[in-house]
Design a protein around this ligand. Structure first.
Ligand SMILES: [Zn+2]
Length: 325
């Protein structure tokens, strides 16, 4: 098999390594594994520091698993790009490789399903909604999720269903949290809501009405920040923004105490939930995806280039996946 190698980036041979995965970038259509692997090693190191400070065995378990995530990658070169065929993913929620991979898998599956949804329900219109609360101490995050956010969200959707009636047709919810300072975090929920066209006529809610529904549900004495906007059903990519990371990639590496506490606090809580018409199409988001496209992994992957499978191993000193030789 002939591999097309990008001659503009001869860095590997110059430095004395075998060719880097990134040097095949013109044909490489998957996520940026080399930089994610470096991020994963950093996260494993931070969680190890967290374990030394907090002595929580889960932190050590996560750190060890993330450290060993995806040491080798096997790709198939199918002429339209490299497709990952096999690797050993750790599936830890805090692993940068696994979260990027999950996000990419979910996005691909959603893009596949979207045409089916729009052909079966061409009348549906979509809204993006973000519900936030004030920053909370990261050590209280689980308590806030269980005792404040969950009941408030229940109240919010009861009120919303009452106001919108049958025009409210379904939802996808995504939990997200950003780093705000060493001790604080900013948890919030992103929603994709499906409504029937009548919403825009007799049931339309103005921004202040959405905000007041959320404030009432939250029973807060402050006006919470929210965002609400209509999105076109043709804008598939925009609609699927709801699938962005739970934690921004840069937030993974901010502070080992914050990251360790965040991991322990969100452990066991759901990232996604679905409801109404959208549940039938997107319920798969509530479960871990297959990390590999299709289940075609029965090939005989020996070493290097074999049966159209190309193996790359992560080289720690080069900080790159290098072709196995
Ligand atoms: Zn992983």
């Amino acid at each position: 098999m002939k591999i097309s190698f990008n001659p503009d980036f001869p860095g590997s041979s110059f430095l004395g390594y075998s060719p880097f995965l990134s040097e095949f970038s013109d044909k490489y259509s998957d996520i940026r594994f080399s930089s994610l692997k470096s991020d994963s090693l950093k996260v494993a190191e931070l969680l190890q520091l967290g374990y030394q400070q907090f002595s929580h065995p889960r932190l050590k378990n996560w750190s060890d698993r993330i450290y060993r995530c995806s040491p080798s990658l096997w790709f198939r070169d199918n002429n339209s790009g490299f497709k990952l065929r096999e690797s050993a993913f750790c599936k830890v929620r805090l692993c940068p490789i696994c979260s990027a991979r999950k996000s990419a898998m979910w996005k691909a599956k959603c893009l596949q399903i979207w045409p089916l949804l729009t052909s079966e329900h061409p009348h549906l219109r979509y809204l993006f909604l973000t519900l936030t609360i004030k920053n909370v101490p990261v050590v209280n995050l689980k308590n806030v999720i269980v005792r404040l956010l969950r009941p408030s969200i229940k109240r919010f959707f009861r009120l919303l269903s009452y106001r919108l009636g049958d025009t409210f047709q379904g939802r996808i919810r995504k939990f997200e949290c950003t780093y705000s300072s060493k001790r604080y975090c900013h948890p919030h929920y992103h929603y994709l809501l499906a409504v029937s066209p009548e919403y825009f006529d007799e049931f339309y809610l103005r921004f202040e009405e959405w905000r007041s529904l959320w404030q009432q549900s939250l029973r807060s004495d402050y006006k919470p920040l929210i965002n609400i906007q209509a999105v076109s059903s043709d804008d598939e990519k925009g609609l699927l923004e709801v699938l962005k990371y739970e934690l921004k990639p840069s937030d993974f590496k901010k502070d080992y105490r914050w990251l360790s506490e965040f991991g322990l606090q969100v452990s066991g809580t759901k990232i996604y939930s679905t409801g109404g018409i959208l549940r039938k199409y997107f319920q798969f988001l509530e479960h871990d995806p297959d990390m590999i496209h299709e289940a075609d992994i029965n090939d005989n992957h020996a070493y290097g280039i074999s049966n159209n499978l190309i193996r790359f191993d992560f080289n720690q000193s080069a900080k790159q996946y290098c072709i196995f030789s």
